[in-house]
Design a protein around this ligand. Structure first.
Ligand code: TTP
Ligand code: MG
Length: 365
């Protein structure tokens, strides 16, 4: 039964802006706006993310940067550093995954965790959520907001209910009551169009949606109406779906920037061995190897190379990564970070059965 499930949704607070604060502690407590260059109010482009201090002035994501500058000229305006945000995302997602029985990353800064079998009841689920928050704070110095309920949609609405650093637990018996006063627009997937259609039929709150017969919603919205009725009534049954792993990576930031290329090659060798260990532990094979090189001025480059046959050994990773690094050997800048990753992953078992299948096909031919 769906009501027997315990699902946790995690969403990081002001993700990009918080990462910028963590990188530069002088920004703590200040309004930070990540996005296009405001150019004294004449800049084009939009706000990508903003800290909660900036939100107090009315700054919001997707707002033109010129508006943000007008209402909060004293904010610290920063250009986005997507590769840094992605690195942090990969780390925090790996951290979260360990707490779940089933795990689904839903965006760069959000994920669903099915913890039905990990915890006995909602009380333990609440304790687990505190543990997750503590670990994220101590290891990454970030905060997140967590929602816990019996469906993905209610868990997601709950994580957004109290932000930042929130924790909202909605037990199955309380779901309808919790949702009733909220506007239908908090439902993930209800966009401007659906919102307007519902409003034209005097439906503004989820409570008003709950008393509409399902058939009416189907009449108005087609199949989506069925889904909407389920969500509004806490009966949506979407599963937390494990997605296939896309890549495995590891990297090293030097205490002090390094110019000696032999030292870098040693690091590449160590990272290759570490990566191969994880590839083998997870019974995976890779076809693509990539390197990441960040110079002392934060200029960052990634390069990739692909082979025809899937492999899982550290010698291949090292050989390919070292070849890719050749391009940067002559660069005179010091190196701050080096990373190695493998992608194009497959499962050893799938590969074996594929080979068996090809083999048996040949035999029968
Ligand atoms: P969100 O989780 O929507 O926003 P947030 O983490 O900044 O703030 P909140 O505390 O409300 O969760 O998005 C996560 C990141 O995704 C955000 O930091 C920046 C990026 N993003 C965009 O690139 N474009 C957008 O329109 C939005 C909304 C977010
Ligand atoms: Mg967020």
């Amino acid at each position: 039964m769906a009501t027997g499930r315990i699902i946790l949704h995690v969403d990081f607070d002001a993700f990009y802006a918080s990462i910028e604060k963590q990188r530069n502690p002088a920004l703590k407590g200040k309004p930070v706006v990540v996005g296009a260059d405001p150019k004294q109010g004449k800049g084009r482009g939009v706000v990508v993310a903003c800290s909660y201090e900036a939100r107090e002035y009315g700054v919001r994501s997707a707002m033109p940067i010129s508006n943000a500058y007008r209402i909060c000229p004293n904010a610290i305006f920063l250009r986005p550093d997507f590769s840094l945000y992605e690195e942090v995302s990969i780390r925090v997602m790996a951290l979260l995954k360990r707490f779940a029985d089933r795990f689904e990353q839903a965006g760069l800064d959000e994920a669903f965790l099915d913890i039905t079998r990990v915890v006995g009841d909602y009380e333990d689920a609440g304790k687990l959520a505190h543990q997750i928050k503590n670990e994220i704070c101590s290891k990454e110095n970030l905060t997140c907001s967590i929602g816990i309920s019996s469906s993905k949609s209610t868990a997601k609405i709950a994580s957004d209910y109290r932000k930042p650093d929130g924790l909202t637990l909605v037990r199955p018996a309380e779901v309808k009551q919790f949702l009733a006063p909220l506007p239908v627009s908090v439902i993930p997937g209800v966009g401007k169009k659906t919102n307007e259609l519902l409003r034209s039929r005097q439906i503004v709150s989820i409570g008003q949606l709950q008393v509409i017969p399902r058939i009416k919603l189907v009449e108005w919205l087609g199949k989506g109406g069925l889904w909407l009725w389920d969500v509004g009534n806490g009966e949506e049954r979407g599963e937390v779906k494990e997605r296939a792993l896309k890549s495995l990576s590891t990297e090293h930031t030097y205490e002090e920037d390094v110019s000696d290329r032999a030292v870098i090659e040693q690091t590449i060798e160590l990272l290759s061995a570490e990566l191969a260990k994880r590839v083998k532990e997870d019974r995976l094979l890779f076809k693509t190897v990539g390197v990441k090189v960040r110079f002392s001025d934060f200029d960052t480059y990634t390069r990739e190379i692909t082979v025809t046959n899937p492999c899982n050994d550290s010698a291949t990773i090292f050989r390919m990564a070292r070849t890719l690094f050749e391009e940067f050997k002559e660069d005179e800048r010091e190196i701050r970070l080096i990373g190695v990753r493998v992608t194009n992953l497959s499962n050893i078992e799938t590969q074996a059965s594929l080979e068996q299948w090809i083999h048996s096909d040949k035999e029968s031919a």
